[in-house]
Design a binder for this molecule. Sequence first.
Ligand code: NAD
Ligand code: IPM
Ligand code: MN
Length: 365
Amino acid sequence: MSSNVLVIEGDGIGQEIIGQARNALDVLNQQESLNMTFSEAMLGGRAYDQYGHPYPEVTQQKARAADAILFGACGGPKWDGATERHLRPEQGLLDIRADLDLFANFRPAIAFPQLVSSSPLKPEKVAGLDLLIIRELTGGIYFGQPRGIRTLENGERQGFNTDVYSESEVRRIAKVAFEAAMKRNKRVCSVDKANVLEVTVLWREMMEAVAKDYPEVTLTHLYVDNAAMQLVVNPKQFDVIVTGNLFGDILSDEASMITGSIGMLPSASLNEKSTGFYEPIHGSAPDIAGKNIANPLATIMSAAMMLRYSLAAPTAAERLESAVSAVLDRGFRTGDIWSEDSEAQGHKKVSCSEMGDAVVSALKA
Ligand code: NAD
Ligand code: IPM
Ligand code: MN
């Protein structure tokens, strides 16, 4: 049976990092007879330039028909401010997440032993870290109404957003988190701001309610400010963190650096029924776009998550992850994971495409 993979480069470094993931997938497709067929579509700023919309109709149709979607990143200074809010590149990404109901975003922060010295934290804090952040992706303040900028009676303008979560939205992400914990170390830490925000008072209540169905799992709660601090003090205390859209966005960037670089953290956005969406957690990195220096490994590992979760190809996924580990063993380092001791260790400073080529070579070895 063939599977139809939609590949979306997006903007900035999107093209560079997706190119490397595609090369690796092409090799696996052949070696493992995966029968993947690939098609391309546009989403984000370049899509807006070409079609007048960041999530154009043609992309919508292809996305809904795909078995899985591999995405790079979108956005950039070209479209900041110059584009109406609802037509911004980032809105295209929010639109596709909502359109496909991709409410469960898995962001695994796993420390490769080879990269512990790339982390700004002490190696002993990082070694062995295996943390899964589950971020609710289609609700909360990102989507709540009303929102906007209004003019007050005194003529001053006021910006406003609304943070909302319904019981059913929390229940379904809670179930995802507990199910994930059952396959891991059976600990869920729910992160909220229930000391201040009613929306998270309900969130906490629903987490407790769902926990009753998972007696083997230990549920704890942290306020988000403390959680941000605890991640730096002792990241290994966590197994699964479940949190809302905004807190999950912030905490996952923080967690990525603990593992060495934002260029290392993949993600999968899923629901029970439709297309899975796979993307690195980082953005389009306009500051390094076009220079062939971005780290493609977060995207390559997102492709591995795609093989595992959407394409039922666990062996191929494992082989791809092992290939990543092998190139790190061989000392290949893009600039973002080049560490203080890299020179002494004899690491090789490589470009985006050299890193991708090294992964391909490891797959072929
Ligand atoms: P960013 O993640 O693009 O970049 C933050 C920093 O990390 C930059 O210094 C960048 O060079 C570095 N970086 C990111 N990815 C890297 C990689 N693979 N290898 C090496 N270094 C990497 O965040 P930002 O600068 O805040 O945002 C830039 C644009 O990307 C904005 O338009 C933003 O809205 C958008 N964005 C998109 C996504 C997405 O598409 N999922 C995610 C975050 C930000
Ligand atoms: C991410 C990004 C997006 C988000 C933006 C670009 C809409 O930061 O995927 O983490 O905030 O979800
Ligand atoms: Mn983000």
